[in-house]
Design a binder for this molecule. Structure first.
Ligand code: CP3
Length: 350
C-alpha cells in the first residue's frame, strides 16, 4: 500500500495515532473509537436531541457539531465520527425519507420498477451547506483529534430505497439486481453519485478520514457483491480519491467478502465481530490495516469478561500491519457510557 499525498485540506496527515494506523504504521498509542459513539447511549445526547427529529438534528450545524464532540469529551477516544446518517444525502436530494425511532430509515415511495428508478434519478444532489458548516464547527473545536467523515455504500442505501424500510434478507433488492440488471445499474449509479458527493463535502470541509458503511453487504454472495455492488462502491469512492484521506470500508457479515471489499480500493478494512482479526488479516494477505472488532454484546458482560475479550482482540490485531480498535458493529443504546470510557483507558494502557 502506498501513502497518498496529503490533500488540500490535510496539512499534516501523520499527527495523530489514528491516522498513523490508517496509513499502516504502528503509533505509540493504540488508537480506539466506537461506531455509533455519538448517540443514544449518552444522556447528554438524549438531552440535546429532545424534541428534534433525527434527520432534522443532522441538518442543524451547531447541534450536529455538539453531538459529534460529546463522546470525544467524555471518553477520550482517538477520533470523532461525524454525527449524521447514511440517508441524509437522500433527504438533501429531496427523497421522502425519515428515520422512525426504533425502526430505522423509512422511504415513502419504495423504488421497485424501472419507472420508479427513472423518477428517482430525476433528483439532483442537494445543497450540502449544512453539512459543510457542521464539519467546520466540529473541526474548529476538536483540536488535534481527527474527524472521520462517512457515507453509506450504494448497496446498503439501495437496500433501503428498494425495500422502503429495514429488512432482514433484502429480498426485493436482490431480486431487482437479477430481474432487471439495467434498472439496478441505473439506481446504483445515481446512489453512488449522491453518497459520494456527501462524503466529498465532509472531506473538503475538514474530515481527515472517510469511512464507507456497507452494513448490509453481508446479505450478498461474493459473486453478487463483486458484480452488482462493488463497482458502484468504487464509483462513490472515486469522488474522494483525489483528496488524499485514508478510506475505511466496513460491513457486517462480510467475512467472505473482505478481499473484494479491500479491492474496491480502500486503505483499511473494518471487521465485524464474527471473524477474529488474525484470521481477517490472513485472508487479506497480511498487508491491510484493520479496524475492529470488540463484540458489542460483551459491553454488557461483567468487566472481567469484557477485559479479557478486549485484550484478545488487541492480541489478534497484532497480526495486521496496523490496528485501530473499534467495535464489531455499533454501540447498543443500552450501553453504560462508563464502560466505554473504561475500554478506552484499557486500550490506551496496552
Ligand atoms: O456515532 C456515530 O457512529 C455517528 C453517527 C451515525 C449515525 N448513523 C447516527 C444515528 C452513523 C455513522 C450512522 C450510520 C448508519 N445509519 C448506518 C451504518 C452503520 C450501521 O450501524 O450499520 C446505517 C445502516 C444507518 C441507518 C440507520 N439510522 C439505522 C438502522 C438507525 C437505527 C434506528 C433505530 O432507532 O434503532 C438509524 C438512526 C440513527 N442514526 C441514530 C443515530 C444516533 C438513532 C437515532 C435516535 O437517537 O433516535
Amino acid at each position: 500500500m502506498t501513502n497518498p499525498a496529503p490533500g488540500p485540506n490535510v496539512p499534516e496527515i501523520t499527527t495523530s495515532p489514528l491516522l498513523e494506523a490508517y496509513f499502516g504504521r504502528r503509533p505509540e498509542r493504540l488508537p480506539v473509537w466506537f461506531m455509533r459513539q455519538a448517540g443514544r447511549s449518552l444522556p447528554e445526547y438524549r438531552a440535546a436531541r429532545e424534541g428534534v427529529a433525527m434527520l432534522d438534528s443532522c441538518l442543524r450545524p451547531e447541534l450536529a457539531a455538539e453531538i459529534t464532540l460529546q463522546p470525544v469529551r467524555r471518553h477520550g477516544v482517538d477520533a470523532a465520527i461525524f454525527f449524521s446518517d447514511i440517508v441524509v444525502p437522500l433527504k438533501l436530494a429531496g427523497v421522502d425519507v425519515e428515520i422512525v425511532p426504533g425502526v430505522g430509515p423509512v422511504v415513502a415511495e419504495p423504488v421497485r420498477t424501472r419507472a420508479d428508478v427513472d423518477r428517482l434519478v430525476e433528483h439532483r444532489p442537494g445543497d450540502h451547506a449544512a453539512i459543510t458548516e457542521a464539519v467546520r464547527l466540529t473541526v474548529a473545536e476538536l483540536g488535534p483529534t481527527p474527524l472521520i467523515g462517512f457515507a453509506g455504500a450504494p448497496f446498503t442505501l439501495a437496500a433501503y430505497l428498494v425495500e422502503g424500510r429495514p429488512s432482514r434478507d433484502h429480498l426485493a433488492a436482490r431480486t431487482m439486481m437479477h430481474a432487471d440488471p439495467e434498472a439496478w445499474r441505473h439506481l446504483m449509479r445515481w446512489t453512488a453519485d449522491i453518497t459520494g458527493a456527501f462524503l466529498r463535502a465532509q472531506v473538503l470541509a475538514g474530515a481527515r478520514a472517510a469511512q464507507l458503511f456497507d452494513s448490509w453487504a453481508g446479505a450478498l454472495s461474493l459473486n453478487d457483491y463483486a458484480t452488482h455492488a462493488a463497482p458502484f462502491s468504487a464509483r462513490a469512492l472515486s469522488k474522494v480519491r483525489d483528496l488524499g484521506v485514508p478510506v475505511i470500508h466496513f460491513g457486517t457479515g462480510t467475512s467472505e467478502l473482505l478481499v473484494a471489499m479491500r479491492d474496491v480500493g480502500v486503505d483499511v478494512i473494518g471487521v465485524d465481530y464474527r471473524l477474529p482479526l488474525d484470521e481477517a488479516s490472513r485472508r487479506l494477505g497480511g498487508t491491510t490495516p484493520l479496524q475492529g472488532n470488540i463484540d458489542p454484546a460483551l459491553l454488557a458482560a461483567p468487566w472481567e469478561v469484557l477485559e479479557a475479550h478486549v485484550r484478545a482482540v488487541v492480541q489478534a490485531g497484532r497480526a495486521a500491519p496496523a490496528h485501530v480498535v473499534n467495535l464489531g458493529h455499533g454501540v447498543p443504546p443500552t450501553t453504560d457510557p462508563a464502560v466505554l470510557t473504561r475500554v478506552v483507558e484499557l486500550v490506551h494502557s496496552l
